[in-house]
Design a protein around this ligand. Structure first.
Ligand code: TMP
Ligand code: ASP
Length: 240
């Protein structure tokens, strides 16, 4: 693991850059300070965010691995870089919601904070130019983004992640309002959790005051973005 060398850039996303390594099965994920919202319309650099998200992601993925969810993450190699398994990413985002917020409220006119029973599940196509439209599983199969079996597995795994992480955040006095996951296929053809789990891709509220502690602070211009991410980390036992 120690002698994995960083190679050429493979892909530069809005907040992370992916690099090849000297091992064909491994990539390096670099978490940058760039913070984007509204499909890249709003972008700012926030001090320490790359480091905080890299370490946060590693910590959460470790919890998920321990609970039996296969993830892409292999090791932290610096403050803002991790080694990950190479996956063929499926271009679909899986969202589970425990409480109403964000686009659910905008689309359906429901009140923010409403507890959802059952918890809801949605797929979105990962495409900024089209503003990540909501799609269903027949679209995914018809357009070849995923097979029925992969879809079934992604759905089961996303709910499993919810059942692991909602109690983890609840113990830290927070509500996991909603979150987004992305999956990929590894060299054995297995579905593996990829991308990241950080406060950039989920909503977390203080359970008592309902104070927002996630990227909505950035989207809504509430300030103290990275400070809030650090507070979330500390509340779940990760000191940064
Ligand atoms: P939404 O309310 O905007 O649909 O988002 C639901 C959750 O998924 C929220 O925690 C943010 C996250 N998300 C992303 O991180 N990136 C995305 O592109 C989308 C559509 C959602
Ligand atoms: N991640 C997307 C973007 O950067 C959507 C969002 O988080 O608002 O634009």
């Amino acid at each position: 693991m120690q002698d994995v060398q960083k190679g050429e850039e493979l892909y530069r996303g809005k907040a992370k850059t992916v690099f090849y390594t000297n091992d064909a099965d491994k990539l390096i994920l670099e978490f940058r300070n760039d913070t984007s919202a509204f499909d890249g319309e709003k972008i700012e650099q926030l001090d320490r965010k790359g480091e905080v998200n890299n370490k946060f992601n590693h910590f959460i993925m470790q919890q998920l691995e321990d609970a039996g969810v296969k993830t892409q993450v292999e090791a932290l190699i610096s403050d803002n870089e991790s080694i990950v398994k190479k996956l063929d990413m499926i271009p679909i985002e899986c969202v589970v919601r425990n409480y109403a917020a964000g686009s659910l409220c905008r689309r359906l006119g429901v009140e923010e904070g409403l507890e959802l029973s059952p918890q809801t599940f949605e797929f979105f196509l990962k495409n900024d130019a089209l503003h990540d439209p909501m799609v269903n599983e027949t679209h995914a199969i018809a357009f070849g983004w995923a097979t029925q079996d992969q879809i079934d597995q992604m759905k089961v795994l996303t709910f499993k992640v919810n059942s692991i992480l909602a109690p983890l955040f609840r113990k830290g006095g927070m509500l996991l309002v909603d979150f987004k996951l992305e999956f990929g296929v590894d060299k054995n053809g297995d579905i593996v959790l990829g991308d990241e789990f950080t406060p950039d891709g989920c909503r977390l509220w203080d359970a008592e005051t309902k104070k927002k502690l996630d990227k909505d602070r950035f989207r809504q211009g509430l300030g103290s973005v990275v400070e809030s991410y650090i507070e979330v980390a500390e509340r779940i036992g990760l000191s940064l």
